[in-house]
Write a protein that binds this ligand. Structure first.
Ligand code: ADP
Ligand code: MG
Length: 320
């Protein structure tokens, strides 16, 4: 029989395809933290607490005081491609939220022991919805303060092949910490707290300006070493801080780029910054910067990378 007619193709069962798809979004504990923080930010929270055990391998718990969800929404939120943030494809170019794919919660749930407890503001009773590996969902009443608490235990317990790729507790923890630092940098009006095994790692109460948040994070010497940036050029608005060349160090930390409030990697912007510094930097010293670019979302494609780490600009030369 010809191999072309032997009927070798079959559709994967839902749980298998979901675990495979989760590979794109959930690479490691820090990716879970990023997705959960994005959701808390989108829910207009003013306090976000992240608790972690064993570098996030045993437990990640993100608690917010945002708008919460009613029961129907809580159940929908755990399904693939269920989102409150987008109606039609065109909305991608008008987005004001960090999320839009409706993939994070089901992906995370499919590779962990997952629970979501949520109470919408003004409601006396909330919902606890949990599962093991995204199957056999259980829904119960829950009493708690308004907001949402997501607990992710034993990440990759059912995908041992992926667990093998995790690094040491301290490496995974530092990636988590860095992810939260990025979110804290660009959201100074939000109170962020991080605890590891119940020890406070950092606590950044809400402040009124970006500059105050940077001082909170990097200490008062920050303002002696860094110069403020503000410029509008065509459709682009630039804000941020860049190290003055004679204070540059051998370290590349921080080198942060935010576009419309998202931390991203972008070679056009990095190249432009390095070009700008070029002749001013002593050999072996690197620029340090926190650069925020704001532009009309119509000029930006954010749907090019599963974790939204990369974006595409409609006019990269002009941006450079
Ligand atoms: P997305 O963020 O892309 O919409 P998610 O799977 O991350 O997809 O979340 C699905 C939906 O669940 C969101 O659109 C939002 O309506 C709701 N949701 C998730 N997390 C929270 C939260 N912390 N507070 C309130 N609503 C939430
Ligand atoms: Mg999301």
């Amino acid at each position: 029989m010809s191999p072309l007619v032997s009927g070798k193709i079959h559709v994967l069962p839902d749980d298998v395809s979901c675990r495979i798809a989760a590979g794109e979004v959930v690479e490691r504990p820090a990716s879970v933290v990023k997705e959960l923080i994005d959701n808390s930010l989108d829910a207009a929270s003013s306090l976000i607490t992240i608790e972690v055990e064993e570098g996030g391998r045993r437990l990640i718990r993100v608690t917010d005081n945002g708008m919460g969800m009613n029961r129907e929404d809580a159940q929908l939120a755990c399904q693939r491609f269920a989102t409150s943030k987008l109606q039609a494809e065109d909305d991608l170019f008008r987005l004001t939220t960090l999320g839009f794919r409706g993939e994070a919660l089901p992906s995370i749930a499919s590779v962990s022991r997952f629970s979501l407890k949520t109470v919408p503001s003004g409601s006396p009773i909330g919902t606890d919805i949990h599962s093991e590996g995204g199957i056999a969902w259980v829904v119960q009443d829950y009493a708690g303060p308004p907001g949402t608490k997501v607990e992710v235990q034993d990440l990759f317990f059912n995908t041992p092949g992926r667990q093998k790729f995790l690094k040491t507790v301290s490496t995974e923890f530092s990636k988590i910490s860095y992810t939260i630092q990025q979110a804290a940098t660009i959201n100074p009006q939000i109170h962020f707290r991080l605890l590891h095994h119940n020890h406070k790692i950092f606590d950044y109460p809400a402040v009124s300006t970006f500059q105050n948040r940077l001082v909170q994070m990097y200490g008062p010497a920050f303002l002696k070493r860094f110069l403020p940036l503000t410029q509008t050029a065509g459709p682009f608005q630039l804000t941020g801080f860049a190290v003055s060349p004679h204070h540059a160090r051998t370290s590349r930390i921080p080198q942060e780029i935010f576009v419309n409030g998202r931390p991203i990697k972008n070679t056009t912007i990095s190249h432009a910054i390095h070009e700008g510094y070029k002749s001013f930097l002593p050999k072996g010293k690197h620029p340090q910067f926190i650069v925020c670019i704001w532009l009309d979302p119509q000029m930006l494609d954010i749907n090019v990378h599963p974790t939204k780490r990369e974006v595409r600009f409609s006019h990269p030369e002009m941006l450079h």
